[in-house]
Design a protein around this ligand. Sequence first.
Ligand SMILES: NC(=O)c1ccc[n+]([C@@H]2O[C@H](COP(=O)([O-])OP(=O)(O)OC[C@H]3O[C@@H](n4cnc5c(N)ncnc54)[C@H](OP(=O)(O)O)[C@@H]3O)[C@@H](O)[C@H]2O)c1
Length: 338
Amino acid sequence: MEFRYLGKTGLSVSELCLGTMTLGRETSEDDSYNILDRYIAEGGNFIDTADVYSRGGSEEIVGNWFKNQKRNDFVLATKVRFPMGEGPNDLGLSRKHIIKGIKESLRRLKTDYIDLYQVHAWDPRTPLEETLSTLNDLVREGLVRYIGASNFKGWQLQKAIDMSREKGWEQFSCLQPQYNLLCRATEYELIDVCVNEGLGVIPWSPLRGGWLTGKFTRDMQGPPENTRIGVAKEKGYSETWDMYNNEFTWNLIDELKSVAEEAGKTPAQAAINWLLQQSGVTAPIIGARTIEQLEANLGAAGWSLSTAQVDRLNKASALFVSYPYDQSAIDQRNKGRE
Ligand SMILES: NC(=O)c1ccc[n+]([C@@H]2O[C@H](COP(=O)([O-])OP(=O)(O)OC[C@H]3O[C@@H](n4cnc5c(N)ncnc54)[C@H](OP(=O)(O)O)[C@@H]3O)[C@@H](O)[C@H]2O)c1
């Protein structure tokens, strides 16, 4: 597996990050350890978790596994923001919750520092100064090496970067947005901010929870129950059958299957490889419920879709884009200023 720098930092991360949201949720503890072992055997060094995954269960599993590893060989990312209890201060990006959050994450992960500490989403209630100054303190205290954001809008990310710069605080080095062939709105503002400001980009749900594997077809009455999509509605996950069961999705999947066949790869590998070639992307975060899925998804790196194949996927996944993002209007405005 190849390594890429995380944005403009000096930190090298493998081009496929391992997501651990399934660990302790739909994946047993033993299978989770096998997934982690297999990922590092392939040369991966970048592991993403969050306090909220299985209410600490994912961090516990990664921490148990870490006991037998060399800590310095890994780039460990986790997150804070979503509820970890029922109390009014058990969520959010207040100083109180972040400081409690980092201490508990360090305990569960059995380490004394986090490489990339990410705020899991914007907190509309806490003043941004409070959040960013607290994150700055964590870096200065040596508990955190780099900070990142997830699920921000473009203006929120730019505002945070500008504020940290103005105050001389540590700035976000990385964004973790949803980004995949079924979610390209990420390109409107977020990728521009990241490229312009030198942030790394680590897309979550590169297969949109299974949709982009090609295992669901338009003639199905619904998803098999033993899949994430099959339980999404009941569990409150966002990638439901109802949300994506439409002609746009099925036409995209047809084209993805055709491109993958031409490339001699699986649809999942082609979908992840497409992401690897997008502007600004550092490392897609691959997810897997089983070791077989991980094996398959690791095959997304080490080769490249041709330019023509990328173009076909760009066209099939293109959203209707209106002002001020439509390319013809951008070209018109930029005339003579290229
Ligand atoms: N920041 C955030 O808000 C956020 C949100 C979500 C995820 N994440 C991060 O991103 C990581 C990846 O997200 P994700 O799990 O949604 O990724 P994903 O790759 O879009 O979906 C993974 C799911 O797709 C199915 N799948 C994966 N590979 C497959 C294959 N080769 N063949 C058939 N089915 C396959 C499996 O579900 P089934 O087998 O059950 O169908 C698997 O659990 C997470 O672990 C987490 O670290 C972050």
